[in-house]
Design a protein around this ligand. Structure first.
Ligand code: ACO
Length: 436
């Protein structure tokens, strides 16, 4: 296989090394191109740029493959738990029974947050979005748990990661409770990770929450499906902030902020809002498809399209099955699921979507699963954030250990004015004065 690429610029040939990954994916190393040829590569949105070598997640967007540390997502969703998958991502291999029990114990031990942190929640305006609160609270955690300099690095890291994994869940549930004016429910020692979260969300002194095993399993699968997705927008944000030497709390907080956007983690909320709008307008999906196709309309079908997948997202059939199983087990019907199925069928028949490589993504059924669990709409992106946390941690850790680690600092092609002189204030044009 070719190990060198040749690039000819103004008659001069430059040889650039080609890097090959374990699954055969290839990249031209342009890191020395500017040094050698005085030219940079241009790639808005980094759509064709690899920024690191990573051994965490393999994703093939053409064939619809997703594997974590080599294990297919289908097997993890079928057999694993969220805690086990988190360990796999962060530590690189599946834990033994003893290790897993130990982790569960540690997650329980660290699940409480400092009481003073709960006071902070009280001062957010009532309509604050939980993603904004969560992002701030993760940064606040750093003030309560500064890095433990006296411990060796491995132990310090493990403790910090355990805290984050355990407390993000507690903070998320607390933010929901406080936003509803309800008392905070503390974590319970006897409950597993997912069941504990559900209990913190929904338990009430007048109506004790009964944990339905199928609901807890659906949440488990939802979180496993979101656990990592290589260099996506929020993970890139985590790595970027981390590359400046910022601590892991700051990096994760940046990841939550990136995930908040409706083109990324906010999409699960946006899908349900879109389905609700179709439902409210009588259930006809065609006008929404027509709008999404119209050249001059920025409207998009939420839950469709993906930067990497140009075929089916392998998480979709798992999420769809989870959705069907959960609704059947709860003996519930969701009219939004019927709308979703009709929208998907209509889009699949329309050549616009296949021509543009647009298929449903993981968010398409995720919102319906969350609705069935009882999660309120504004909490949907928070649920994604809890799920993505092990991915962010493992990617941050990997970047820290990377011998080629560098400060993220992209270049640009400048398109502004040529050099000009500073104009004294009295000599500036009328147009400028209109702004005064
Ligand atoms: N509906 C209609 N048309 C779309 C959609 C959509 N959902 N997504 C992309 N397109 C069209 C664009 O209009 C564009 O058309 P054109 O070439 O005729 O102008 C073409 O497809 C390419 O669009 P880009 O924005 O360049 O594609 P990109 O790969 O950057 O977009 C993205 C990926 C942001 C996910 C996009 O598909 C989108 O906005 N989807 C809706 C939001 C969503 O579901 N996000 C969740 C993503 S998965 C995740 O984060 C877990």
């Amino acid at each position: 296989m070719d190990k060198t690429a040749r690039l000819i610029i103004d008659g001069t040939t430059y040889e650039l090394p080609v890097i090959t990954g374990t699954e055969g994916d290839r990249a031209i190393d342009v890191s020395k191109l500017r040094e050698k040829a005085g030219i940079i590569t241009f790639d808005p949105g980094f759509a064709n740029t690899g920024v690191c070598r990573s051994s965490i997640t393999f994703l093939d967007g053409e064939q619809g493959i997703l594997r974590h540390r080599g294990i297919p997502i289908e097997q993890l969703a079928e057999h694993s738990t969220f805690v086990e998958t988190s360990y796999l991502l962060i530590e690189g291999d599946l834990p033994t029974k003893d290790v897993l029990e130990n982790i569960s114990e540690l997650l329980n031990e660290h699940s409480l947050v400092h009481e003073d942190m709960l006071d902070f929640f009280e001062h957010y305006p009532p309509r604050s979005h939980p993603m904004g609160i969560l992002s701030s609270m993760v940064n606040t955690l750093r003030a309560f748990y500064p890095e433990l300099r006296e411990r060796d690095r491995e132990e310090e890291m493990r403790l910090t990661f355990t805290r984050l994994l355990s407390k993000l869940r507690t903070l998320a549930a607390a933010s929901y409770r406080i936003s509803r004016g309800h008392r905070v429910v503390y974590p319970r020692h006897d409950l597993k990770y997912c069941a504990n979260f559900l209990n913190m969300m929904f338990d009430s002194p007048v109506k004790p929450y009964v944990i339905h095993p199928d609901v807890a399993r659906a949440l488990e699968v939802f979180w496993i499906l979101h656990a990592d997705h290589e260099q996506n927008c929020s993970t890139a944000a985590v790595r970027l902030v981390g590359s400046a030497g910022a601590n892991v709390y700051a990096a994760v907080s940046a990841g939550i902020s990136a995930l908040w956007g409706r083109f990324h983690g906010g999409a699960n909320q946006a899908v349900v809002e879109m389905l609700q709008e179709i439902y409210n307008e009588g259930g006809d999906v065609q006008p929404f498809i027509d709008r999404a196709k119209a050249k001059n309309d920025p409207y998009r079908l939420m839950g469709f399209g993906h930067r990497i997948y140009k075929t089916y997202d392998p998480r979709v059939p798992i999420m769809e099955k989870t959705c069907d199983r959960l609704l059947a087990s709860l003996k519930r019907q969701d009219p939004l699921l019927d709308i979703a199925q009709r929208l998907r069928e209509a889009a699949e028949k329309d050549p616009y979507f296949s021509d543009h490589g647009l298929y449903v993504n993981v968010d398409f059924y995720a919102g319906i699963v969350l609705r069935a669990i009882g999660i309120p709409l504004e909490m949907f992106p928070v649920m994604f954030a809890i799920g993505r946390l092990p991915g962010w941690i493992s990617q941050w850790k990997e970047s820290l250990d990377d011998p080629q680690r560098k400060l993220y600092r992209p270049r640009q092609v400048y398109t502004g004015l040529f050099e000009r002189n500073y104009v004294p204030i009295d000599e500036r044009g009328k147009k400028m004065r209109e702004w005064a």
